[in-house]
Design a protein. Sequence first.
Lengths: 110, 116
Amino acid sequence: EDQVTQSPEALRLQEGESSSLNCSYTVSGLRGLFWYRQDPGKGPEFLFTLYSAGEEKEKERLKATLTKKESFLHITAPKPEDSATYLCAVQQGGSEKLVFGKGTKLTVNP
Amino acid sequence: NAGVMQNPRHLVRRRGQEARLRCSPMKGHSHVYWYRQLPEEGLKFMVYLQKENIIDESGMPKERFSAEFPKEGPSILRIQQVVRGDSAAYFCASSPRASGRTGELFFGEGSRLTVL
């Protein structure tokens, strides 16, 4: 069964303090790994898709990387508006469904 | 361009009643997905539909739950004879093509069901 484990569950940073979120996964025949952002009371918002080990994607202060067993979401010089829950999901080849982790709740203090 | 619209945003039902959740996908999107988020749990896939067809319902409980996406009108997730364990946030997502191409799903803001 496909599994996604995210760590830490919660992370508090000071504004400007860079860090990384981890997503470990087990899936048979990875089709893609996805990062989403979810604000309280809202639906998830798509950030990145990664397809193969070694791939990297960047968007503003966020950079996602992928290996054969895990993905990292690096946050450089975060701002308070980056506070949110970050969700990782995997998709198995031949399936349309995404399997989500429980998320990492990030809080950035000014 | 309006996003994915879900209603109601909040729904309270007593045990044994029926809950109907509606989802209007983004304009031009013909693929709809329903996910459930239980407290302290991750999003769980329920069902994937295209217009008038259920493509994958492997995440749907076998009893009491049903979904449809008619040719005209919104997609409906129906829960009959609700129980307290059905209390959760139900999210609908849409895409213009099968999500496998990019994994980019556009989510609504969810419908939060509380069963008393």
